[in-house]
Write a protein that binds this ligand. Sequence first.
Ligand code: 2AM
Ligand code: CA
Ligand code: CA
Ligand code: CA
Length: 262
Amino acid sequence: MDWTAIKDRAISFISEAAHRLYDPAIRKLDIETKEDADDLVTENDFAVQRFLTKKIKEAFPGHFVVGEEGEHEERIPEHTVTWFIDPIDGTTNYVHQYMNFAISIGIYFEGEGKVGVIYDVIADEMFTAVKGEGAYLNGKKLLPRRKVNFSQAIIGFNARWLVGRARPGTKEVFAGIVRDVRATRSYGSASLELAYIAAGRLDAYVNMRLSPWDYAGAAVLIAETGAECTPLFRGDQLFMESCTVLAGEKHVHEEILNRCNE
Ligand code: 2AM
Ligand code: CA
Ligand code: CA
Ligand code: CA
């Protein structure tokens, strides 16, 4: 399989899809809520999902698509190339801030991440990776992550979720982590925050509950820069329905993992 060619197609699908998100005037149309009053979705989430799915199915009829705004009943067939797509990652930002939202694609085969493409529409930053070929930002190769001292680490997380969805004891552990690192950040788009680890802008990112389309693409970028992406709790498994996620430069990742699993 020519993963580089498939990556180039993914880039062109995303670039085309992004056009419908450029106009701030249409972004607030038809806002609905999902699980709770703060879990937003817009008509454009569905429109981008439909557009990408159509493009993928036309170009690669045998491939399987799993997307946030799609139907999920079907099991992923074995030996099938699977595209995990998040049509808008950071919908709250899309609605309220009109920055820091992305279109994310991760392409997997036989359980392995092969391609990751994440596009920050407003910043015009295209993060791409093909397994074994390195990770890139707007065509420029990202350097392998070098060791970061914990006391100098910048970590990203959503404070509201860390408090609201923590397991017993986790809040206290995180209070210690927040004290010991250099700074914390929260951008509100998991795929971008994870891509920032590959780009060296964040040294770790934690989320108490993500779905595969949130991190599938970024996990390929992260692996290509020698960083780690795992569940936060030992024994959990990525790519289940929803999962905790801890990604980071190896040393920082290990420190957080150890503290959370003691
Ligand atoms: P979304 O915008 O595609 O829903 C916000 O901290 C980040 O978590 C976003 O990347 C958001 O993706 C993701 N997320 C995953 N599940 C969510 C949920 N139930 N409610 C809000 N954000 C969610
Ligand atoms: Ca959502
Ligand atoms: Ca998402
Ligand atoms: Ca989404």
